[in-house]
Design a protein around this ligand. Structure first.
Ligand SMILES: Cc1cc2nc3c(=O)[nH]c(=O)nc-3n(C[C@H](O)[C@H](O)[C@H](O)COP(=O)(O)OP(=O)(O)OC[C@H]3O[C@@H](n4cnc5c(N)ncnc54)[C@H](O)[C@@H]3O)c2cc1C
Length: 377
């Protein structure tokens, strides 16, 4: 078949949600298609292991997946660029390398952006957790042990699972290090591990206290030299780790796609855009029309195989599958000391066993894609 008559299928974003799609294509080629993977960076970091890397349990290479060999096996051309615009009507993507890419079928999973708008005045002190590979590189630069001046005050902003785990990890990393810094956590009270059983919050609060991590229940605004809190306090900070929630990529606003009021792609249970049937989306970039779905790696990963099946079905005019999340989602919050809190609906536990379980799940996930051992889940 000549390339003119082939369907052009584009995956935008090489993160959690699209890994299963690439694996699906590698296992069973998509017939009569030309395929692209457009993504910012050749490497993708598995977020669940980032706090463990900070705490010294992993090397950076343990949690990164090289997309180049994966794309090659999937028969997809790898384009290292950012999507900066989408014309949903004319099926065209604008890329940061100045090129335009036309598609017949598109899947969007470029994740969310860290919302640092309230913190921007803190300038150079700000360290957003996304993009994750950028966070890893920047952290290594700012906290290199041979730097003459080491940060003294580190503040994590954001009381979700990521923010709390990072606070534990940052506190743990300095064990045995020459430099010592104070760690604090700033979060709105209602956002502190929201959605988890109150016993999870209690255990986490106690563990934070035991490590001397000050918790400030307040809103923070960036300022010269640190943060201004809504309770009137000024918090000095040499480094502000922004683990604030995701916001939708700005380029979606002009795309013509149906979006939620917050600007995320509105999709149905089959991950298909509500307005454009040739566009699918998954992961942190979506808002489900039929239910509230937390933006988490768990859902991005679990939706991946459904997305893969539905992209195939869209080409073959087959039946669509629905991504139905389980009633309870398993979260394992690392405490940075070889223990973790297990939060699974109303089941709550804490200990070394929870960390071992997390370590096993996370390492197995990365190994599957890194070593190209991509058997179906
Ligand atoms: C520190 C941290 C720890 C976390 N821990 C957990 C956890 O333990 N459990 C959990 O369930 N969730 C966790 N999360 C949340 C989880 O990381 C996200 O929900 C998940 O990554 C979303 O997957 P995604 O595929 O939508 O996006 P991502 O995995 O972020 O992938 C996005 C991809 O798109 C690329 N990209 C970005 N912008 C563009 C663009 N404009 N054009 C092209 N490509 C682009 C990126 O390079 C990346 O490859 C954590 C998050 C953080 C920050």
């Amino acid at each position: 078949m000549d390339s003119e008559s082939m369907m052009r299928v584009v995956l935008a974003g090489g993160g959690h949600a699209h890994l299963a799609v690439l694996a699906d294509w590698a296992r069973k080629p998509l017939p009569a298609t030309r395929r692209w993977l457009v993504t910012s960076s050749r490497f993708t970091a598995y977020s669940g292991m980032v706090p463990g890397w900070l705490a010294g349990f992993y090397r950076a290479e343990d949690l990164t997946i090289d997309l180049e060999p994966l794309a090659e096996r999937a028969g997809a051309e790898l384009v290292l660029a950012d999507v900066i615009g989408l014309d949903a009507e004319h099926r065209m993507l604008a890329l940061s390398n100045g090129e335009a890419l036309a598609f017949d079928l598109l899947s969007l999973a470029t994740g969310g952006e860290t919302d640092t708008s309230a913190l921007a005045a803190a300038g150079q002190r700000l360290l957003p957790v996304r993009p994750m590979c950028g966070f890893i590189a920047q952290w290594q630069g700012r906290f290199a042990p041979d730097l003459p001046i080491q940060p003294q005050e580190v503040v994590v902003v954001g009381g979700g699972a990521a923010g709390v785990e990072l606070a534990f990890a940052i506190c743990a990393v300095q064990k045995g290090a020459a430099a010592r810094y104070r760690v604090s956590l700033v979060t709105a009270r209602e956002r502190f591990l929201a959605g988890h059983d109150q016993r999870v919050r209690k255990l986490a609060k106690r563990a934070l206290q035991e490590r001397g991590i000050a918790v400030h229940f307040a809103q923070a605004v960036g300022a010269e030299g640190g943060l201004l809190l809504s309770n009137g306090r000024f918090l000095e900070a040499d480094c502000i780790v922004a683990a604030t929630g995701s916001r939708a990529p700005h380029w979606l606003a002009q795309s013509g796609l149906a979006c939620s009021p917050e600007g995320f792609v509105a999709v149905g249970p089959d991950m298909r855009s509500l307005s454009h049937s040739a566009i699918f989306a998954a992961g942190d970039i979506i808002e489900r029309a039929d239910r509230r779905l937390e933006r988490s790696g768990v859902h991005a990963v679990k939706a991946g195989p459904v997305l893969a099946a539905n992209l195939r079905a869209a080409l073959e005019e087959g039946a669509m599958r629905h991504y139905l999340p389980r009633r309870r989602t398993l979260y394992l919050l690392a405490l940075g000391d070889g223990r973790a809190i297990c939060s699974w609906g109303s089941f709550v536990g804490m200990g070394r066993w929870a960390w071992r379980l997390k370590d096993w799940i996370d390492r197995s996930f990365v190994r599957r894609y890194r070593d190209h051992n991509i058997a179906p889940e």
